[in-house]
Design a protein around this ligand. Structure first.
Ligand SMILES: Cc1cc2nc3c(=O)[nH]c(=O)nc-3n(C[C@H](O)[C@H](O)[C@H](O)COP(=O)(O)O)c2cc1C
Length: 302
């Protein structure tokens, strides 16, 4: 036994960004089993070897410990449902996703980015997990983006790229959630509060326009991830909001810094700003920021 705080250790391990896979096998009596795993690692090219680590406590552990074949499906960005299903569902997991069999009769999750059909090469007990090493007998892969996982949440690079593309090419305005010492910069108007935003000059992208705007404000600003990209249905124009950390500089005219936990009391001028700021407050509390892409009424949060 060690004296490490298990929660802190889990969080430290979880800070390593990974993809998400579903590992499958069939028992000697023909029962199909599978679990979600991010312990996937490629090991060797010659022979072609990979590894996944099933936990001793898995209900299917004995089957993986004894298997002669297993398969790994690397999930695509739109397969979060399959990941959740194979991480938690107590119902028949294979009734909830589309799948097909490989040459050994092992189920492969359809729609995945890559499939690896393996024969068991080595099984090494390691603490409360088994290092299950497989020799790749067949594999397929395609151009889709994979599903990402970090700090206990999913992310999607495809979605991030799309947002960057929209934000760069089609946005008419760019705005910012400017944070400084636990407060957010808001602008007061006669109709209510809004967030600082400017029109994008045609020769610059959204990020460069925002950088120029922040420079005018003075102080030090660091532009972070895109937080929201959406189309205003009234005008058909896109607006992108970035998160920004700012230190120093003046507070611009008609603007004020409001403590983040007091933001929900403010009356914003539009529904899209209200919902965006509410999401910002919640995500700030959890420390995990997601990305919204859609219009001002509905869209996807990833
Ligand atoms: C993203 C993600 C990654 C996971 N990675 C692993 C892993 O590498 N090894 C493992 O044993 N469990 C892993 N789990 C947990 C298992 O998927 C989960 O405990 C399992 O499906 C429970 O199956 P059971 O109800 O049949 O025991 C992961 C879960 C998630 C959501």
């Amino acid at each position: 036994m060690t004296t490490h705080d298990p929660k802190a250790l889990r969080n430290a391990f979880g800070s390593f960004m990974t993809g998400v896979t579903i590992v499958t096998a069939v028992s000697k009596t023909g029962e199909k089993v599978g679990f979600t795993a991010n312990s996937f690692t490629s090991i060797s090219m010659d022979p072609p070897l990979l590894m996944v680590c099933p936990a001793n406590k898995l209900s299917s552990f004995d089957i993986f410990e004894q298997c002669e074949h297993f398969a790994v499906s690397v999930l695509a960005e739109d397969q979060q449902h399959a990941s959740n299903c194979f991480a938690g569902s107590k119902e028949d997991r294979f009734a909830q996703v589309a799948w097909h069999e490989d040459a050994f009769g092992t189920p492969l999750i359809s729609g995945a980015v890559a499939h690896f059909s393996c024969s068991a090469f080595e099984k090494i007990p390691a603490g409360d997990h088994l290092m299950l090493v497989g020799q790749v007998e067949h594999f397929t892969h395609n151009e889709k983006f994979g599903l990402g996982y970090a700090k206990g949440g999913y992310f999607s690079l495809g979605m991030e790229h799309k947002a960057e593309e929209v934000a760069h090419g089609q946005c008419a305005r760019v705005g910012a959630l400017i944070e400084s010492a636990g407060k957010l910069l808001v602008e007061k108007t006669a109709e209510g509060y809004r967030l600082p935003a400017v029109d994008i000059s045609s020769e610059k992208g959204s990020r460069a326009t925002l950088a120029a705007f922040l420079e005018q404000l003075g102080g030090e600003s660091e532009i972070g991830q895109v937080f929201s990209v959406y189309e205003k249905s009234s005008t058909g124009n896109f607006i992108a909001f970035y998160r920004v950390e700012r230190t120093g500089g003046q507070t611009p005219e008609n603007c004020e810094y409001v403590p983040i936990d007091a933001l929900q009391n403010l009356n914003f001028i539009s529904y899209d700003l209200t919902t965006m700021v509410n999401r910002f407050v919640t995500e700030k509390q959890h420390g995990v920021f997601r990305l919204y892409v859609g219009n001002d009424l509905e869209g996807d949060v990833r």
